[in-house]
Design a protein around this ligand. Structure first.
Ligand SMILES: Nc1ncnc2c1ncn2[C@@H]1O[C@H](COP(=O)(O)OP(=O)(O)OP(=O)(O)O)[C@@H](O)[C@H]1O
Length: 295
């Protein structure tokens, strides 16, 4: 099923335009919404999830007019917000059983089957008897996925789920999401480029409430092939390099020199050598040119 967002706009009461005439089409599979803090990701996610209303625009999911028929969307939606609040002192198994009851699964055996299934998908079956309140950050996020899977959603929205997770937990979480994403549309917001690189077959870069680029990770890096250049500089040269070249990023080496990456159609100077583009380069190019346009 396709999600179509048309001319969506939202200005908060304090005058911040969080969504600015945004248009976006999202198909099935894993969709990454990549943007810096304040780009408008959460506002967009909450609006699609029917938790807040835009000023204007429309959202359609398959046959459902999302803004008009909120209940219909909620029936097929699984939403994992940025923070989930406090969990009661109950085991994961008992809590999921309770949620399943709330969602209308009346038969105890049906609930047992369902709860076992979602615990297995999210790799929490072994720790099902433990209190969710005592879970690690990564386990809590996976529990969030387990609970949203209870009503077999067609559209899953997860808002910055990997923020604050350690590398191992992040990896486990992404694996769970990858598995879940084979059966439905998953929209996944993040400011971590590697999340999108590892997980998504389609992506959009969001900044200032606008979509700067809608692409695929492969297409996006392919498009800048031969245009990313690197060289090693002394740290005190950075300012002059930034003034002269289109510097996308700089990273410290162990000897305190810097590796800079520059975007240019042709070799900027003899010291530069060309390197394979990365998704980070795509992201920085989009954000940089947006800042230059709006500055
Ligand atoms: N309830 C609100 N009232 C006023 N301004 C808000 C409100 N919620 C968000 N904003 C502002 O709207 C803009 C977009 O915020 P939003 O939370 O949607 O971005 P985000 O990309 O999710 O950022 P983050 O990663 O920091 O959560 C920001 O400038 C933010 O300060």
């Amino acid at each position: 099923m396709k999600l179509s967002i048309t001319n969506l706009t939202k200005t908060y009461k304090n005058g911040v335009k969080a969504i600015d005439n945004l248009n976006l089409e999202i198909g099935t599979g894993m969709f990454g919404l990549l943007g810096p803090n304040g780009a408008g990701k959460s506002t967009l996610m909450r609006t699609i999830a029917t938790l807040q209303s835009p000023d204007s625009g429309s959202i359609q999911f398959g046959e459902i007019n999302v803004l008009k028929d909120k209940m219909a969307l909620r029936k097929v939606l699984g939403y994992l917000p940025q923070s989930f609040g406090v969990y009661p002192k109950m085991s994961a198994e008992a809590l999921l059983d309770y949620f399943a009851t709330l969602k209308g699964v009346k038969s105890k055996t049906d609930r047992e089957t369902l709860v076992k299934e979602v615990l297995e998908i999210t790799n929490l079956y072994e720790v099902r008897k433990k209190e969710v309140a005592g879970y690690s950050g990564g386990m809590k996020q996976r529990f969030g996925i387990a609970q949203l899977l209870l009503n077999n959603p067609k559209l899953i929205i997860v808002d910055e789920p990997t923020a604050g997770l350690d590398p191992a937990e992040r990896h486990r979480f992404l694996n769970v999401l990858r598995e879940v994403g084979t059966n439905c549309s998953v929209i996944f917001s993040t400011h971590i480029v590697d999340d999108v690189k590892e997980l998504c077959n389609e992506m959009a870069i969001l900044n200032g409430g606008r979509i700067l680029q809608h692409t695929t990770p492969t297409e996006a890096t392919e498009a800048i092939k031969g245009k990313i250049w690197t060289r090693i500089i002394e740290r005190d040269e950075l300012e002059s390099m930034e003034a002269t070249f289109n510097v996308l990023s700089s990273n410290y080496n162990q000897d305190n020199t810097l590796n800079i990456r520059v975007y240019a159609d042709e070799q900027p100077a003899p010291e530069f050598r060309t390197v394979a583009p990365q998704l980070d380069d795509v992201y920085f190019i989009a954000l940089k040119s947006d800042t230059e346009v709006t500055a």
